[in-house]
Design a protein around this ligand. Sequence first.
Ligand code: GUN
Ligand code: FE
Length: 423
Amino acid sequence: MAQKIVIKGDVVSSESLTELRTIENGYICIDDGRIAYVGDALPSDYADAELKDFSGMMIMQSFCDMHLHAPQYPMVGLGMDLPLVDWLDKYAYPLEGEFKDTEYAEGVYRRLAKDLIMHGTTRVSIFSSLHTDATLVLMQELENAGVTGYVGKVNMDRNNMPGVLEETTEESEAETLRWLKECERFKYIKPILTPRFTPSCTDELMAFLGDLSKEKKLPVQSHISENLSEIEWVKQLRPECKEYWDTYNDSGLWHDRTLMAHCVYSSDRERKAMRDYGVTAVHCCNSNTNIESGIMPLRKMIDEGIKVTLGSDIAGGDTLNVFEVVSDTVKTSKVRNVYDSWESSHVNEKEAWYLATSAASEWFDSKPGFAAGNMLHAIVLDDSELMRKTLSVEERFYRCFYKRQQNAIRSVWSEGREVYSYR
Ligand code: GUN
Ligand code: FE
């Protein structure tokens, strides 16, 4: 018999970019983890179901972090003094090289997986390092902690770090195939092809990955147009390509199951290609500020109809707490608007939260919001200590991205299971 559970509290969900749904004293009913009902009255067929009573707390959708680098987790907050390419060489690559040691990887990845869950992130798309075995460890640790989503073994057969972080084209291809075979054992974590970025991948490797994506219907994640020197470098490496995106498109890596981080300097033509091909942009404002890349024209890209989601981009980004990523997205959007002479409007909290939740739903075979049929992905947020006067659920929602009490997250649900609780 199906396990029926009722969760009670102030329900907050993002139906679309512009529509926030709030239900004070609402109910979410789940059947074997799948949402069957959301509303303000308890249906009679759930009267005898197990009740999880979070009255007075907010039950919100949990976060999707669509771009972060797991092996960079130990360097969060360190090495923010250099722009992208120097930053990779001096800090990121030497640290990623450490992940040839799977025992070291296990310690780091266990912590990362727990921290993701404790901060209410239940769905992800993550870069591992080029090491197959450490990548499998990452997938296992995420699965054990209750995180769902995608992990990629990184491919990088040129401009890497000899003796520290390197693979030949042949190794990269063979290891990708070995990794894909091993991935079949995971239930909640799926593989995503991960050419690091064009400067890291030969044409041969890109073509191999493009063919693999087509043949096995595998999604793709990479970086694009993050930094001006990087874009110049790509021009030198691929002079036959008109723009950065052509380097991915030429190899069959540019399609509606592609996630591209950054897009800070994407041209009109590149942005149009994102929209026309259904490529998803992952906006990583913390990283873009920390390593002085720039500020993506978020409002413009949304208005143009490009699919946009958010990423922490650990460790260019300094926080995996997506509450902070949401408020930083709003702040950087305001800065961009000021420097664009107020020609448009900034993205607000409701919109940024949509980008961090429902905007990614198609990546996880779900519908926006707490739609019936979705597996439950939720956070229970206690803000009772912050009450000074009566606030609406909507006001409390706007506040939570800036101010939260200690241990505010009281319960986290991932794929219909309670994976964290603080009672
Ligand atoms: N471009 C290629 N690799 C990386 C990385 O690790 N971080 C960021 N921010 N950009 C990249
Ligand atoms: Fe990145």
